[in-house]
Design a protein around this ligand. Sequence first.
Ligand SMILES: [Zn+2]
Length: 732
Amino acid sequence: MCDRGPLSILAAACYILPGLMRSFLRVSCCFGWFGVLAACGPSSGSQPAASASEQSAAAQAPAESASAAGNVIEATLESVGLDPLALDRSADPCSDFYQFACGKWIEQTPIPPDEPAWTRSFNEIRKRNEIELQRILEAAHAGHSTPGDTLQQDPGSQKIGVFYSACMDEGTVDAVGTKPIAGLLAKAAAVKDTKSLVAVTTELHALGIWPFFDVSPVQDPKDATRWIANLDQGGLGLPDRDYYLRDDEASTKLRATYLEHVQRMLVLAGLPEARAKTGALDVLKIETELAKVSKTRVERRDPKNMFNRLDRAQVEHAAPAFAWDGYFKKLGLSQLKELNVTAPKFFEGLQPVLASASPAAAQAYLEWQIVRSMARQLSKPFVDESFKLEQALTGQAENRPRWRRCVAATDGSLGDLLGQAYVSKNFAGESKKAAEDLVHAISAAFGSDLGHLAWMDEPTRAKASEKLAAMAYLIGYPEKWKTYDFEVDPKAHAKNILAARAFDLHRELAKVGKPVDREEWQMTPSTVNAYYDAQRNHMVFPAGILQPPFYDVKSSIPVNLGAVGLVVGHELTHGFDDEGSQYDAKGNLENWWAPEVGTRFKSKTTCVAEQYNGYEALPGLHLNGELTLGENIADMGGVKLAFEAYRELRKGAAEKVSAGGFNEDQQFFLAVGQAWCAKARPEYERLMVQVNPHSPPRFRVRGALANLPEFATAFSCPAGSAMLAKKTCSVW
Ligand SMILES: [Zn+2]
């Protein structure tokens, strides 16, 4: 499903979920529908413009500002970077601040038919970025194809132009039908025993198609300076193991939909109806067996669970039916002596699946894995059928137009070539400087907080400070651009995709045994996201996210800090969340905590898990406080740090600004809320609550602010307000 090969992060946390295609990767490439979580709360009816709460907010603000500085400048909300039209002034900010900040936006903003969810920040920025990427790609294509063109076009630009135009050439894609995968399907159809099943699986893995499991490089948990090979559970067609194992009505219904979908896909691949029907049942059976031995998402959040060093003999012992020597040789890993296995029990469970699958079942499973992996790159019937499953999972009404899918495919396959063109026009130096200043301000706030955290002892505090000092940040775009040494065919889109995947996989696996390049990026520059990688102890902020409403040179300090400052604080805190805190300053999985400090930390995180477990996203569907723990800790810490940094930056300012009647503290919190104005289709919300380690946006805002007493003070919320947690949780 993914246009690029596997990425190497086991220990990274990104700001929003980028995609769901490779189950263990927390930072991964995206094919389109990425996971900004949901907010679809009921909208209130239209209300008179100036309600009582608005008046009281307006009355409070200047008074507080004036007493602080004496001088208050009146400004509009727009001029500081806030959206007055998003506000629901009839809502009480102390009861439901999210509704107050975003209520009108939620009421008036439709979810586009080709989206499962929509946010005021991520999706709006992404829409602008996509249009810009489209413009770049069309210009690149035109530069290449104009007859007699004397324009000296650089090879990189030419390559992205050809790749994009081959993708856009729907007529050719439709005309060739299943031809691009016919050879692979024939091999799958010839499987007659375990040996040939393993041989075809090996061949597919070398192309970046992943039946049963997958392989990638990861940083050695004990020595973060070098790469080792990693085997991970996989082979499922639904987004998570729980989809196969839950018995609730929605899950049962979805499995029935899935079965029909697999059957129709197999028919499209050329199987007779009757064989497709039994084949679909075989696929579901095999995948259910794999699901049963797969780790849960919560289990996968603990790095100690994910790192299991096995030597070759141990891997062979776990699944002797698999011809490992031939496998490693084919993938260029012959020299491998030991490797990491994320889920040893999965590979033990794989053995009976491989050994007992009938030839017909093995064929159907491989045919299905080939088709599902490539369907989006094939003719219209495959694209439409592929979208039907996506629709069942997300509720999205329409597929994205072809140009958007082709922009995403080019970004996925030739991301650094496209990225160079993107940043040359869309990333002003001032954004880089501003982001650096923000990181420094927030890092300083964290350093100062560390100094007086009562639950920490001195030796652990010193280690934490050391980790903070060593934390690096990469802003905008990489220093070194990747190259793409494979041919692009102007008339063969699917072939280009396979070539890109195979090339990327080869590049990735060639890292095994080599030193880690700590400057390497795992997101393309136009990506609207950010991440912290615990094994490299660095934060990454692509140019794509440093755009309004996250960051605008024209916005005020409180507003920029509430929006992108929160992102920075969030990422920084990941170095110290329940996962990140298991890694030391160098990125090694090393316990640097005094035991009693670790116990106190654990009790603080339990408070957070319990609080978020209490939030109900859909009737009967509560958030998973354990799954979302790291992200919730980062949100809580992030907003606190951003607030402290903003206060520090504005300390001693000769004048305070009152915008639309809101003082600067209030503006900060409105920026936090408005960065997260969002809505989602219920199907998508259900999916996200099950698989996304981030809480839905409205709970990200409510949860983080309810734990920050400064919020209640800013809006004069009385004790007992919903926006002031009865038992406030605080970690960092
Ligand atoms: Zn995060």
